[in-house]
Every structure is written in structure tokens, then in C-alpha cells.
Design a protein around this ligand. Structure first.
Ligand code: 0WK
Ligand code: BGC
Ligand code: BGC
Length: 924
């Protein structure tokens, strides 16, 4: 075991060799020895007290209790599952800290077949004292040099290597490859490392070394490596216990019990860091003056008190302090001491293990004591063995009390009365000390009789286990790369969005001039926004969104009152004959009139018809083509106002005066314009998407007149149908388009609107599943079902208030069995798809408001946009992303987005009211 320096104890310069402060020398020797040995006796009650108090601290820490700070840290390790046995590949493992003043490099080959194992190749390097206490960079450079020296001996060529970093110190982990050192323990005290990400420090050192391309993909605590390295046949082990220079344990906790994790399913490995356990109530009574002396002279005074009673780094020192005391009292070695006996670190674990080993016999004890420069008498050897046994027995019992606390925690967390568990053990105290494990086992059986515990020594100190975690991390890292690759086309740059804005401007100009353009720029014959003088009762229809609504709109001095009723449009009607569709609409109107006591009244009616129509007048709209899943026959190319009037005609005793047909964007603009005169743009992001705005009449080639304005229905859903958006289109967009009832059409809409986002996500998830990135590569029937992944799921999954667990619930309802990593990746897919949609929509709005600003030759334009549509209204981030994109691309426009409260039905009624007001004025 390590020399004095690496014992983490301070050298006491020039201290006179005199009896231990505060320790009287009683009259007879055996009484004195008994008195000393008695101090190391720990009663059952004390062990139970320690077990209980440690359990309390563990549960306080799990709950995230901040103050008083729990005595143990309970650090999540991002290891969520014990090995599947399928992990395979070659991995380099670097172990630092488990064995004190040495580090180890291993080459581990995982066969991926249960039970098949290749003996790892390894090499140990002694870490010089000045490196353990020097600048952090020096330590990591030393590690990088050892790595490359080890690899020099292997035929690795220049292949990329994956490394697992076993770093045996308390760390806050924020990922499998991100870990910040909290504090050094066990004789290490390098500067500039605490509070730093040790993975980055190692990566930087490997970079500086520059000899091998090594990717550090995982960092694990040695207890985790020990647990994961447990022979699959015998395990799986769900507890990892290390007693080497230091001591600690990890175990698999139910994720829902770990407050800092937003998880409610599955398990996560927790590193207890019980070395820092220091409950005065529990530990006070068992701490001896020798423990206080050792701590006082240690590098980390006051810290790791529990570890300093158990860890191999300290056992030898405790024995030395006792022997030195007894020698000074003349009880041992004839009162003679030696430099080695007085020198801290003079007695190492190896010495203690040998001297205590009953098979070693007194002769071996003599030899060791003579090596320490002592001249032991016959009785001395026996006393020394008793002291060694007392120190190590206490260590094993205390370790057992701690382990019993972990077992009790497992019983609580799994609500099990009895527990059958396998504990992987690692560390040289287990390997070297003859009785440590047996004392531990006996004491655990006393303290946790309802637990059936099997202890499984880890084969190679956890190297295999670290390689397992590295394999899992490598798999996750590879998956992350594939995920990034898959989502990259959805991540639009500012340049790409500005290009979309410019292309839309160009298409707008061409459309207004009647030139070939994917933007039809349809005049709507709405020349003015309401001026508030409108009055009267109006019927309104609202067809084309999620719901078909019939509304009674009363426009009075006090404002607008709306009574409405939602009716469904069954798919068979939406895709049946036009006559059937319009008859269905009239049926709904009649039903509404009856319910509202309006039967027989012929109120002016405004018809919000949310499909592309060429308008020849306010009450004439030729349907150009259906969109959004509608496909009723014999309608395209027809004047839908006529079709409605014919349907009214077919229905006896119904009289309706269809005054206006408006697009839902126009209805929304008018509805919001009634409250805010600045509202000159209408935007819909719902089942479909589209925008309209008030254009200068002089710019509308197809309508006579050079003054005044005309509201233009852009029909931007079709933007890019000429292929101008192909550079942005992904393979998933193509799949959605090909599967739609209007392939090649409405390309812009199919990247933005609610009818399609869910499908884009579904196709992306199918692709990632086929790559094995998601759902362990298991394709499920459900996920292959069209429209099974609703766009509303995106809004739910992306809502900040939804914990990952709820994301899982949504996906499990889809019959998907998934891990938390899967849920996270699905969330990222949803975010990428909706972010692109919002940004494209923002680029469109930026094009429109810039057009208005330039139309009016303004330096700065203040304008409001009336918005409606389920996606825009319900998605947690869509509206803010649209606004942010508009601010970015149209910085000279101050744009206010007004969410329409009453939908566009009110707008249609207002358009009708304006038309009626204008008609009355011309009659007067
Ligand atoms: C509500 C409007 C209606 C429009 C719809 C669009 O009243 O005219 O078509 O919003 O949103 P969606 O219902 O398609 O989500
Ligand atoms: C460290 C632990 C480590 C244990 C065993 C302790 O000093 O804080 O992280 O697991 O030693 O090596
Ligand atoms: C239609 C537009 C409508 C938009 C929003 C699109 O599919 O073509 O007329 O405004 O959906 O509902």
C-alpha cells in the first residue's frame, strides 16, 4: 500500500516524540491494551444507530433537501440500467483514484455475448506524490502520457478509440460524459480541478498529448464500474461496494425517488458517497482519539470521517497510531519506538492484512515489525495482531452498517419486505484482508436479516464494468449523432430563412402582377377594415378549420355578440360529392336557426370558406382547389356561393341572403381589426396555413383602380409548389406529401400546419427506429399507422410543464415501450419540426409586413397581425418563435400579434356588415 505521503496525512515537522496528547498511561499493560482495543469495539446498537442515521441522510438527499445539507450526497450517475450483455466492442478504460497513488489503463474487449469474456489487458502506473498534490493539468497530462505509453504497446494503429474514465471521487454528473469534481479525497489535492468538468480536463490533456485519437465517452465512479462489471450469470448486481484506499457504494434506485431527476420510470444508479457520512450522534460515540488524530493530520481535515475509519488508506495509519501510543506507554516493544512507527504512513494496509492473517502467524508479524525498525517481544506480536483485528473488524462492521442502510433503502424504494440482492465488491481491502468480507457478511446478516445478500467479487476491479458503461455511452453517443444528422435539415439558418423571405417577396410581386407564381395573391374585394359603425344581426358560416361553425353575430353599439354552434363535417362528406357537402352545410344552418329561434328569418350571411378561391366580387368565389383533406367532387372551378345558394334552394322554406364569402385569414383580420385599426394582416396556422394583408390597389394588376387598398388572400400554403422550396424539403416532408391526397401541392403548408406536423414527426420517428436509435429499433404497428401521431401531441410533449414522464405516458398510449432516452429524443424531434414550422411562418410574415412597409415608403411600420388556428394558439412555443423570427427578419416593423378570440366567423359577419353598410349608402 502507499507510502506515508500518499496517505494524505500532513508531515508533523520536529514534533517531540511523546505520549499521545490526552491519553493517560494506566498502571498495567494488558489493561491498557484492552482499553485501546475496547475503543474500537462498536456495539450492535451503535451499528444500528449508524445504519438508521445513514438511511435518514440518504433519504433526505434523495428528496433534494438542501439545508441542513444531508451527510451523504447521493449523486445520480446517469447509468440507468444494468448491463444487457449485448454490449460489444473494444474500449480503453482509464482508472484514476480507486487505488490511491496509482492509475490503471485497460484494454477491454466486450464480446456482446452473455458470459463470453476476453481477459482485459492492463497496466498500472504509480502517480508521483508531487503529481497528486500539484496542478490539475499536470495530473491529467500524466494520465494522458500513461494512456499513450500503454497504447504504444498495442497494435491500435490510428483507429478512433473510445475511452471510459473511471474517476473515483465525488462528482456532480450532468450526463454520461459530463462530470464536475466536488472535492478531492484520498490523498489527492490537485489545484484547479474542483468545480471543473474532469472529462473536459482529460480530453484537453489527450489533445495536448496528441498521439492517439481517443474519444472520452463516459465517466463513471469506481463503485459503478464494480457493479456493472459483475458477472452477468451471477447478477445482475444492483449494488456496487468498493473498499480500497477509500470506500463508497452505489445502488440502483427507483428514478421517481430522485428529486433532482425529472423521471418516474425505471431506475438510476446512485453513488452514495458514504465516505463523507459524519453524523455526530451516530459516529461520535465510535470515533476514537486515534481517529481524531488521523483526521487532524490528514489533507482533508474534518472531511470523509466515515471513510477514514474504513478505507485502506487509513487502516494502517490507525494501527500505527495505536501501536505508537502503546509503545510510548511502554506497553509494546519495551517502550521503544522507531522512525517508521512514528512516521505517518509507516504502516500500510498490506502490513495490517498480513499481521492480522491468522495463517500468517506470529513469525510474520515479527518480520513486519522488524522491517519497521522495531524489536518486538513475543507478547508484542499477539497484541499487535489484536490491534490490527480491532481496527479492521471495526472497519468491516461500520462498512456493514452502511451497506445495511443501502439495503434498507432498497427495501423502502421497492416496497419489499424481504430483498434478494447481489452486491458486487471491489477494492484491495476485500482482496487483501483475510477476514474483512466475512465480518462484513456476518454483520450485514445481523443488521438486515430480511435481506438475502450474495457478495460477488468484481473480476477486474471494475474495468469490465466501466467498459460496459462506455459501450452504453458509445451507443447513446452514436444514437445522438444519428439523431443530430436526422434533425439537421430541420434546423434552418438565418440565411435560409432570409432566402425564404426574399423568395416569398418575389412570388408575391409576380402573383400580384398575374405572372406565374406559387402565390396566387387573390383579391378578396375587402377594401377596408371595419370602422366601428357597422350594426345589425348577421349569420356566419365558418368552414375549413378543425370545426365547422354556424354563428349568429349581433353587431351593436355596445360591441359584437356571438352565438355559435359547432357541427362536424364527416370525412365522407368532406370527400363526398359537392352537393352532399353543401346540403350538409344547409342542414346545419337550419338546425342552428331552429335552435336560435331564427327559422324563417333571412339574415345577411357571411361565409368563411377557408380554401383558395378566385373572387370576382364579395359574394363570388370560384374554388381553385381543395386543400386540408377536403376533396368534395364537382366543386373545384365552381362558384361556391352559387353552390351554397343552390343547396339553400334545394331546401324548402329556407331563405338566406349570402352577402359575402371570405377566407378565414380575411375573417380573422377583420375580426381583430374591429378592436385594433392597425390590424392589416390576417394569419392562420391551424389545420392549414395562410395569410392575407391590405395591399395597395395600385399593385393589384387584376383589379382596376390605383388608389385605396385591397385585402389580398396570399394562399401561401401553395408557396413552393413550383419547387422553390425543394432545398428545404426533407425526406420526411416528401413522405408526407406523397401520402397526402394532394401530392406536390401546398408544400409550404405541409411544412407548417397542424394537419401535417404530426405526420412529419411520425415519419422521422419511424426513420430513427429503423436506424435502431429509438425504441431499440422495434418498429410498432401503431407507429406505422397514418395520422396516429397527432399534432396536438407536439404541443403536449413540448409543454414546459410536462415532465419527461408525461411524454412517456403519451407515447406509451401509442403502444410504444420506450426508455427515458427515447422520450428525450422524441421531444427533440417534435421541437425540431415545430421550430422549423414556426420559423418558416415567421419568414412569411416578415415578407408581408416588409411589403406593406415598402408599399408605404415608411422607415418604420407599426402593424398588427390577427391570428387564429389551433396550432398557433395551443403550441407552447410556436407564437413566440414566429414573433422572434419576424423581429429578426423585419427589424423595421413593429409587429403585434393579436390572437382572434371569436374566430373568423365574426370577421365574415363584419365584412357582411360593411358590405351592407356600403350597399345602403349607394341606395340612399
Ligand atoms: C378558427 C377560425 C377558422 C379557421 C380556424 C383555423 O374561426 O376560420 O379556419 O381557426 O384553425 P384550425 O381550426 O384549422 O386549427
Ligand atoms: C470517493 C468515492 C469513491 C471511493 C472509493 C471515495 O473517496 O469519494 O467517489 O467511490 O473513494 O474509491
Ligand atoms: C387554404 C386557405 C386557408 C388556410 C387556413 C389553406 O389550406 O388554402 O384558404 O386560409 O388553409 O385555413
Amino acid at each position: 500500500m502507499d507510502s506515508i505521503g500518499s496517505l494524505g496525512l500532513q508531515q508533523r515537522e520536529g514534533a517531540p516524540s511523546c505520549p499521545q496528547e490526552g491519553l493517560p498511561c494506566p498502571s498495567n499493560s494488558s489493561e491498557l491494551v484492552q482499553e485501546c482495543l475496547q475503543q474500537f469495539k462498536v456495539t450492535g446498537a451503535q451499528l444500528r444507530q449508524i445504519q438508521t442515521s445513514l438511511l435518514d441522510s440518504m433519504e433526505q438527499a434523495l428528496k433534494g433537501q438542501a439545508s441542513p445539507a444531508p451527510a451523504v450526497r447521493m449523486l445520480p450517475t446517469y447509468v440507468g440500467s444494468t448491463p444487457h450483455g449485448t454490449e460489444q466492442g473494444d474500449f480503453v478504460v482509464l482508472e484514476l483514484g480507486a487505488t490511491g497513488a496509482s492509475l490503471r489503463v485497460l484494454w477491454v474487449t466486450l464480446m456482446g455475448i452473455e458470459g463470453h469474456k476476453m481477459e482485459p489487458r492492463s497496466q498500472e502506473f504509480v502517480i508521483p506524490q508531487e503529481v497528486m498534490l500539484g496542478p490539475g493539468q499536470q495530473l491529467f497530462d500524466f494520465a494522458a502520457r500513461c494512456l499513450s505509453e500503454f497504447l504504444d504497446a498495442l497494435p491500435v494503429g490510428n483507429q478512433g478509440l473510445q475511452l471510459g474514465f473511471s474517476f473515483s471521487f465525488p462528482c456532480h454528473q450532468t450526463g454520461l460524459d459530463k462530470s464536475t469534481l466536488i472535492s478531492w479525497t484520498k490523498g489527492f489535492r490537485c489545484s484547479g480541478v474542483e468545480g471543473q468538468d474532469v472529462v473536459q480536463l482529460l480530453r484537453d490533456a489527450i489533445q495536448r498529448q496528441g498521439t492517439y485519437s481517443i474519444d472520452v465517452v463516459a465517466v463513471v465512479n469506481d463503485t459503478v464500474g464494480t457493479m456493472m462489471g459483475c458477472e452477468p450469470g451471477l447478477g445482475p448486481c444492483e449494488v456496487g461496494l468498493v473498499v480500497d484506499t477509500g470506500t463508497n457504494a452505489c445502488y440502483m434506485e427507483e428514478a421517481r425517488h430522485v428529486a433532482v431527476l425529472d423521471e418516474d420510470r425505471g431506475r438510476v444508479c446512485i453513488s452514495v458517497e458514504w465516505g463523507s457520512f459524519s453524523d455526530d450522534g451516530a459516529l461520535g460515540p465510535v470515533l476514537t482519539i486515534f481517529d481524531h488524530t488521523l483526521d487532524h493530520e490528514s489533507l482533508n481535515r474534518g472531511a470523509q470521517r466515515f471513510e477514514k475509519m474504513i478505507g485502506g488508506l487509513y487502516l494502517g495509519e490507525l494501527v500505527r497510531l495505536v501501536l505508537a501510543h502503546l509503545a510510548r506507554c511502554g506497553v509494546l516493544f519495551g517502550g521503544y519506538t522507531s522512525p517508521a512507527l512514528l512516521r505517518q504512513g509507516g504502516i500500510l494496509l498490506e502490513h495490517v492484512a498480513e499481521m492480522e492473517d491468522p495463517s500468517a502467524g506470529a513469525a510474520r508479524v515479527h518480520a513486519i515489525l522488524q522491517d519497521l525498525g522495531l524489536n518486538p517481544r513475543a507478547s508484542d506480536a499477539e497484541f499487535v495482531q489484536h490491534v490490527c483485528a480491532a481496527v479492521c473488524t471495526r472497519a468491516a462492521q461500520l462498512c456493514a452498517a452502511a451497506l445495511a442502510a443501502v439495503l434498507s433503502r432498497l427495501q423502502h424504494s421497492r416496497e419489499q419486505q424481504t430483498l434478494q440482492i447481489a452486491v458486487a465488491t471491489g477494492g484491495r481491502v476485500f482482496e487483501r484482508h483475510p477476514r474483512f468480507l466475512s465480518i462484513l457478511q456476518e454483520t450485514v446478516m445481523l443488521l438486515a436479516p430480511e435481506c438475502d445478500v450474495s457478495f460477488i467479487p468484481s473480476v477486474d476491479g471494475g474495468g469490465q464494468g466501466v467498459a460496459m458503461v462506455t459501450a452504453v455511452a458509445a451507443r447513446l453517443a452514436a444514437h445522438r449523432c444519428l439523431l443530430e444528422e436526422t434533425l439537421a435539415p430541420f434546423r434552418l439558418t438565418r440565411e435560409q430563412l432570409a432566402a425564404v423571405q426574399a423568395q416569398m417577396r418575389e412570388a408575391m410581386a409576380k402573383g400580384l402582377q398575374g405572372e406565374a407564381s406559387s402565390l396566387r395573391m387573390l383579391p378578396t374585394y375587402v377594401r377596408d377594415t371595419p370602422d366601428g359603425s357597422e350594426r345589425g344581426d348577421f349569420l356566419a358560416l365558418d368552414l375549413g378549420g378543425t370545426n365547422f361553425r354556424v354563428l349568429l353575430v349581433r353587431v351593436a353599439t355596445g360591441g359584437v355578440q356571438i352565438t355559435s354552434q359547432i357541427y362536424s363535417i364527416p370525412e365522407c362528406v368532406a370527400q363526398g360529392s359537392g352537393q352532399q357537402l353543401f346540403d350538409h352545410i344547409v342542414d346545419c344552418i337550419v338546425d342552428f336557426q331552429e335552435k336560435q329561434g331564427l327559422s324563417g328569418q333571412s339574415l345577411p350571411l357571411g361565409f368563411t370558406f377557408s380554401f383558395p378561391c378566385t373572387q370576382l366580387g364579395l359574394d363570388q368565389g370560384i374554388l381553385l382547389n381543395w386543400t386540408k383533406g377536403f376533396n368534395a367532387s364537382d366543386c373545384e372551378g365552381q362558384d361556391v356561393v352559387c353552390l351554397l345558394r343552390e343547396a339553400i334552394g334545394r331546401r324548402q322554406a329556407v331563405e338566406l341572403n349570402v352577402v359575402a364569402i371570405v377566407n378565414d385569414t380575411v375573417g380573422t383580420m377583420m375580426s381583430c381589426g374591429y378592436e385594433d385599426p392597425h390590424c392589416e394582416v390576417g394569419l392562420i396556422v391551424g389545420t392549414g396555413t395562410n395569410a392575407c394583408y391590405m395591399e395597395e390597389l395600385r399593385n393589384v394588376a387584376s383589379v382596376d383602380g390605383d388608389s385605396g387598398h385591397m385585402c389580398i388572400n396570399m394562399e401561401w400554403g401553395a408557396f413552393g409548389d413550383d419547387g422553390s422550396l425543394s432545398m428545404l424539403s426533407t425526406r420526411f416532408d416528401a413522405s408526407v406529401d406523397q401520402a397526402s391526397i394532394n401530392p406536390g401541392k401546398q408544400r409550404f403548408e405541409k411544412m407548417i400546419s397542424g394537419m401535417y406536423l404530426g405526420e412529419i414527426v411520425r415519419h422521422t420517428l419511424l426513420h430513427l427506429t429503423s436506424l435502431g436509435v429509438l425504441f431499440r429499433g422495434q418498429q410498432t404497428q401503431r407507429l406505422q399507422t397514418r395520422d396516429i401521431f397527432k399534432t396536438k401531441f407536439l404541443s403536449e410533449i413540448e409543454s414546459d410543464s410536462l415532465a419527461l414522464r408525461q411524454v412517456r405516458a403519451i407515447l406509451e398510449d401509442l403502444g410504444l415501450s420506450l426508455t427515458s432516452d427515447d422520450a428525450l429524443m422524441v421531444l427533440e424531434v417534435c421541437q425540431a419540426v415545430s421550430q422549423r414550422a414556426a420559423q418558416l411562418c415567421g419568414a412569411g410574415v416578415a415578407a408581408v409586413v416588409e411589403k406593406i412597409r415598402e408599399n408605404r415608403g415608411l422607415e418604420e411600420l407599426t402593424v398588427s397581425v390577427g391570428v387564429d388556428g389551433t396550432l398557433y394558439k395551443l403550441h407552447p412555443h410556436f407564437s413566440s418563435l414566429v414573433a422572434a423570427t419576424v423581429r429578426e427578419l423585419a427589424p423595421r416593423c413593429v409587429v403585434t400579434f393579436l390572437q382572434s378570440e371569436d374566430g373568423s366567423g365574426k370577421g365574415a359577419a363584419l365584412v357582411t356588415a360593411v358590405a351592407c353598410r356600403l350597399a345602403q349608402m349607394t341606395c340612399v
